[in-house]
Write a protein that binds this ligand. Structure first.
Ligand SMILES: [Zn+2]
Length: 247
């Protein structure tokens, strides 16, 4: 392999590492999504449980109110027996009527709250089922994701070792421009194939002079349009690189 062929192989390794890093990122996101779904389910269940408790408390309070009115009505009814005048009698009957009307409102409230407690409880049952499903999903995914990340890490380590060995072999003349360019392109392709006088990175035509320099293989040759490092692909190279200039 000449320097350029080695760079092409190096870029293959760099691409593999980049893909594995992207895979790891996706896996971590998947784990985070499952954890977040589980957290949401737990929050919803907590809110549902609090709603049941609140409705029950409100119901207890209204039942207390009911007791107050009952006592009041009993007291007033007892008083009726000791009343001497019609006027007093009508006044107390009026009070009893008022208390009964208030009681009736409280009873309506209690019925409504009983229905609410039932509905909230059934809602909580659904929320509990959702929590169980979300937690099971976290457990199921966790092991698979951990295994897949470990696998990706092992492959990255192996390829990084291969990359280092290859980089040491290539030497700075070819390696430094490549590394610089790749860094500038945020890890994306620093190399572009030259086919039929066309740069495959940007699809712009290359001059005969550029292709000639490229075929000599001595120096790094850049595309004038996209600034990528040009190379002659091996499938074009079987006739001493003649294919690169074939039209
Ligand atoms: Zn180009």
């Amino acid at each position: 392999m000449n320097g350029m062929q080695q760079l092409v192989a190096l870029q293959g390794l760099d691409d593999d590492i980049r893909k594995l890093e992207a895979t790891k990122k996706q896996l971590k996101q998947k784990a985070a999504d499952a954890a977040s779904a589980s957290q949401h389910a737990h929050d919803d269940l907590d809110a549902g449980t609090a709603a049941v408790t609140n409705a029950r408390k409100e119901m207890d309070k209204r039942e207390g109110d009911l007791k107050v009115f009952e006592d009041q009505i009993n007291k007033l009814s007892t008083q009726l027996n000791t009343i001497k005048t019609n006027k007093e009698y009508s006044a107390i009957q009026g009070e009893i009527l008022n208390a009964k009307q208030e009681m009736s409102k409280v009873e309506d409230d209690i019925l409504r709250l009983m229905e609410e407690v039932d509905a909230r409880q059934s809602e909580s049952g659904d929320l509990k089922a959702k929590v169980e499903a979300a937690d099971a999903d976290v457990v199921k995914k966790k092991q698979a994701i951990t295994d897949a990340i470990e696998d990706a890490d092992a492959r990255i380590e192996r390829i990084t070792g291969e990359r280092k060995a290859m980089a040491d072999e290539i030497g700075p003349k070819f390696l430094e421009p490549y590394d610089r360019l790749r860094k500038g392109k945020a890890g994306l392709s620093a190399l572009a194939a030259c086919r039929n006088f066309v740069c495959q990175g940007c699809r712009m035509s290359l001059t005969a002079n550029t292709v000639n320099l490229l075929m000599s293989g001595k120096d790094i040759i850049y595309c004038h349009s996209c600034q990528r490092i040009l190379y002659i692909p091996t499938d074009e190279d079987h006739q001493d690189g003649q294919g690169a200039g074939r039209s």
